[in-house]
Design a protein around this ligand. Sequence first.
Ligand code: GLA
Length: 383
Amino acid sequence: TTAHPNLSSPHPYRSLNDSVPTINNGLAKTPPMGWNSWNAFHTHINEKQIKAVADDMVADGMKAAGYKYLILDDAWLAHHRNSKGQLMANPKRFPDGMKAIADYIHSKGLKFGIYESAGTHTCAGYPGSLNHEKQDAQTFAKWGVDYLKLDNCGNQGVSYIKRYAGMAKALKATGRPIVYSICEWGVKAPWQWAPKFGNLWRTTGDIQDNWQSVMRILDQQVGLYKYAGPGHWNDPDMLEVGNGGMTTTEYKAHFSLWAMLAAPLIAGTDLRHMSSQTKSILENKNVIAIDQDPKGAEAHKAVDNGQEEVWVKPLSDGSRAVLLLNRSSKNRFMTTTAKTVGLKKANYYKEKNLWTNKTRRTDDLIRGYVHSHGVVMYRVWPK
Ligand code: GLA
């Protein structure tokens, strides 16, 4: 495997954030981790089921693994605002109201996230927050919301800056710490403006539970590493791990790649029926540590020869995460070098395989037998 001539140097560092202001609300110093209802349930959410998910986040070890935000996506709303213009919970799905569900989630030691849209309506047709930013932010704060995902449906062509900056201002005015997730689908290059307003911003359209979708999204992340850092992250969309549309090999690759990208790790599978295989992927401590590394650098692609790619993420202790990806339909033996991935020259290297948990001493060749649609992921220290 040779370095692709058109790719940037293997030692790139963030440049954007030296010159562009970024949000400074003190939140999401590492990529947010949590669970969101959309990929598992779509609009079919209700109070009983969400409480069960909260219970399971604790019982399944998800909370202990770092997943702390439980986020209700679209369809939690009533079809109309109340007589004072305030948002209300959907009376059929959440008869006890949002404050009650927030209290329940908080009682589990979890944080509460909610969904709205920077438009006249949400994607599922419920009342949107456009021109109600101040009032809605106050309602969220009153309920105890800790995280807001703001979608892009019903935008009426109003400028994205006006819409997303408007809610940023309204959230700040509440005085409550609320992680702000900008869900603009990557339409207007949000990495160029969203770091100023939000803690994370979607870089693409919606993920689907298949390998093609994961690869399409991955290709859209190339070059975006320079926009990410502590407090402000690219969001390649939520995880599909466990939802049945991919093989275990593919789900491991999806999860590993998201960790390399310093992506928000927002699980989206029905935790009430999580298999031990899904659990072992979502709760892999080695891989989560790569995502959550305090340096907050996002991986860049160091090598690309069409079917084989090498991604590299610099880590806070001077080691690097190195991921070998095989996009082809055949298993392959892949090799790269310490130099190619930007590791400093050393007598030898310590290399930990993050899926087998085996550590070995190596020379400057980094190699692995990589299954079709799979990855081998190492953490490598120069010694
Ligand atoms: C959009 C978003 C999704 C999800 C749905 C809900 O498609 O991109 O993540 O929130 O709306 O309707």
